[in-house]
Design a protein around this ligand. Structure first.
Ligand SMILES: NC(=O)c1ccc[n+]([C@@H]2O[C@H](COP(=O)([O-])OP(=O)(O)OC[C@H]3O[C@@H](n4cnc5c(N)ncnc54)[C@H](OP(=O)(O)O)[C@@H]3O)[C@@H](O)[C@H]2O)c1
Length: 486
């Protein structure tokens, strides 16, 4: 609640605490805009703000004009701001009665006419968005038309869950950034296998996660929540969230954001967070891959798989064997710079026998597995003494009837499961920080020549989200399937 009417409250503080405050200082605008504002819940809303927080505070104080503010709870207040002679700070003083219009407002009235005509034009054309243009006294007018100030477009799921056909582009409430969180306008987001499970209602959602799909994105910072000092409006970022990336706006923890390097496209940037952080966690943090290790990566052509193969090479693996189901995928993985050194078609070959041949009978030191049931026994057979296996998914099934525990004991195997989305904010923040320190700067875009690259299979406009999900369901991708917010 803004302490309107209490002299002694600094104007900047009051406005900063109340981002919804809109300041209008022209009688014509007041008269004409009021009825439009009443249509908040109907189809069109328009707002005109002067400067980021309304009319420039010091200018307002100097000319002593009254201004109208709208508080968070929707009450309108008439106020003027005054400069304190002692502190040179700006105070608020509420006026009981609005002053009569002044001749100086004549010019502003013309601007209002332009704004109204423009708004009507944009509205008739069905265009929503924000337009910025300079007005008098070096101020900027932001003209916004939207279907509802609180709503944004997002990919939604009819009936809450279901097949691909249930995906549609609709409207939902724009999230607001709480303490430690940041609101980002999304440019692009990545598809991940878990999105399919979530869409079908089979994904165990972490508590508090938004129901909108999508955990990785790139975009512009729009607003930083309380306590966030390292991000400001306009910063270009990529990031990881617990959900909500299939939308125009997303809220993410401030420590889960990474500054987008200028040489990465929005698509390349959005393709990094989930797959690289998952692969980094599984391979580097948990399996502790080290120089000279022999490594086996399943689902090698998946987004996470390609990231893991490159990271294994980056950390000095001796051999990296990748499995996939088609010759095209295996050829791609072998020909990629810093790709797999060996490739096995798990459908036609026994990968345990193949890695024994590759490693002179020793077996592999590290396995990253997403497959579970069908690969379990061969994984145990493939592991060398002191081998480590990180299990990230169970794509073929979760149950393995009748298996012998003895190799786990005598080969001193370490088998660990892991998740990323369900981890605590602190865990994710530490992971992001370590990934930034060790690997992120070495990642270049899909056409770059860095030691680690992004691999983009295909980019869809988000209006074609059903086709994008169908492609992932068909297992036809080599690398990331991406969507662009258009
Ligand atoms: N635990 C975590 O923290 C975590 C985080 C992120 C992702 N993940 C998991 O990591 C995996 C990869 O994710 P992604 O988004 O990168 O996937 P993706 O790009 O959609 O690729 C998945 C690939 O897995 C292979 N596959 C599917 N079913 C299989 C089966 N039954 N047996 C063997 N291979 C199979 C397919 O390639 P082939 O043609 O080669 O069979 C498919 O293209 C997913 O299982 C995902 O759930 C786990």
């Amino acid at each position: 609640m803004v302490p309107w009417g209490h002299s002694g409250v600094r104007l900047e503080e009051a406005v900063a605490d109340t981002p919804q405050v809109e300041v209008r200082d022209s009688p014509l605008r007041k008269t004409l805009f009021a009825p439009l504002e009443m249509r908040r819940r109907s189809d069109i809303i328009m707002s005109a703000l002067y400067g980021p927080n309304g009319r420039g505070a010091h200018e307002a104080a100097q000319d002593q004009r009254p201004s109208e503010g709208v508080t968070r709870d929707g009450n309108r207040k008439i106020w003027r701001s005054v400069e304190s002679p002692q502190t040179d700070e700006l105070d608020l003083a509420e006026l009981n009665q609005p002053k009569a219009p002044e001749p100086a407002l004549f010019f502003q009235a013309h601007v209002d006419v332009v704004i109204i005509l423009l708004t009507l034009l944009l509205t008739l054309a069905g265009i929503t968005g924000t337009l910025a243009f300079p007005t008098w006294e070096s101020q900027t007018c932001l003209l916004t038309t939207t279907n509802d100030t609180n709503d944004m477009r997002a990919v939604l799921i009819k009936d809450g869950k279901g097949p691909v056909d249930n995906l549609y582009l609709g409207e939902t409430e724009t999230p607001t950034p709480g303490p430690g969180k940041v609101l980002i306008k999304v440019k692009a987001f990545g598809l991940n296998r878990m999105d399919i499970m979530q869409r079908e209602g089979r994904y165990p959602m972490p508590p508090g996660a938004p129901s909108t799909l999508g955990v990785e994105f790139s975009g512009h910072v729009v607003q930083a929540g309380a306590g966030v000092s390292e991000w400001k409006e306009g910063d270009e970022v990529l990031g990881l969230a617990s959900g909500g990336a299939y939308a125009e706006f997303i809220v993410a923890p401030h420590r889960n954001l990474i500054k987008k390097p200028a040489d990465l496209s929005w698509i390349d940037a959005a393709s990094i967070p989930e797959v690289f952080l998952t692969a980094f966690q599984a391979l580097v943090v948990l399996a502790e891959v080290k120089k000279g290790d022999d490594v086996l990566i399943h689902a090698g052509a998946s987004g996470v798989g390609i990231a893991a193969i490159q990271l294994a090479r980056f950390y000095g693996a001796n051999t990296v064997t990748a499995t996939a189901s088609t010759k095209e995928k295996l050829d791609m993985l072998l020909s990629a710079p810093n790709g797999a050194t060996h490739a096995v078609n798990y459908k036609t070959q026994d990968f345990a026998e193949e890695v024994k041949k590759t490693t002179g009978g020793k077996g592999v030191d590290v396995i990253i597995d997403f497959v579970g049931q069908s690969h379990w026994q061969k994984n145990i057979d493939s592991l060398a003494y002191d081998g480590r296996m990180t299990m990230l998914a169970l794509m073929s099934g979760a149950e393995v009837p009748n298996f012998n525990l003895a190799p786990i004991l005598y080969k001193r195997l370490r088998i660990q499961g892991s998740t990323l989305r369900a981890r605590s904010e602190d865990y994710q923040a530490e992971l992001v920080a370590r990934f930034k320190r060790e690997a992120f700067d070495h990642i270049t875009g899909s056409s770059g020549d860095g030691r680690i690259r992004t691999y983009i299979h295909k980019v869809y406009p988000w209006t074609e989200i059903q086709a994008a999900h169908r492609e992932m369901e068909a297992n036809s991708n080599s690398g990331k399937i991406m969507a662009e917010v258009v």
